[in-house]
Design a protein around this ligand. Sequence first.
Ligand code: GAR
Length: 200
Amino acid sequence: MNIAVFCSGNGTNLEAIINSQKKGSIKADIRLVVSDTPDCFALTRAKNAGIKTLVVERKNFKTKKDFEEAILKALQKENIGLVALAGYMRILSGDFIKAYENRIINIHPALLPSFKGTQGIKDAFVYGVKVTGPTVHFVTPDMDAGPIILQSPVKVTEDDTEETLAEAVHAEEHKIYPRAIQLFVEGKLKIEGRRVRILE
Ligand code: GAR
């Protein structure tokens, strides 16, 4: 299966996915890294790993539809079977999601449905939760609300700052995202309404 990873930032999740693929724990081809941010470090990581990159900037298109069609065209050309959003800070339209229905997944840095949005770690920390952690989920038109594939709890300790908590959450992300991707690749994820059954 060919995978595309979408990134806007640092790309540590992309790196974890690349490493898992190299180790053989993801048995798929990371065919393309798509970004909306030309200078993001994720693109450097992709290039260092010899993965094809594609920058598609919203500002170069008149409409969101044209912008997304340019991405879809590239995905179709590369015969992409799974889109993994990894810090891609853009909301995909219903049309885009429909074109890849149940084949787009996302990592979010909080235990959904709590702390949706762009600041999941900070919001959880400020709220004062004692447990947080990342969620991998299918992407549906409702933001951060698709069926949940994997979650991993991270305790918030007395000594934690937002920074140390972020480190702990990211470390868990780097474990569960590759695992979720391999489960998808193996056809082991069965969506039943809101529930994702993991076939082992
Ligand atoms: C990750 O923590 C991911 O959960 C978060 O962006 C970070 C990207 O880090 N995504 C969201 O907040 C989506 N709402 P990375 O670029 O180092 O992988």
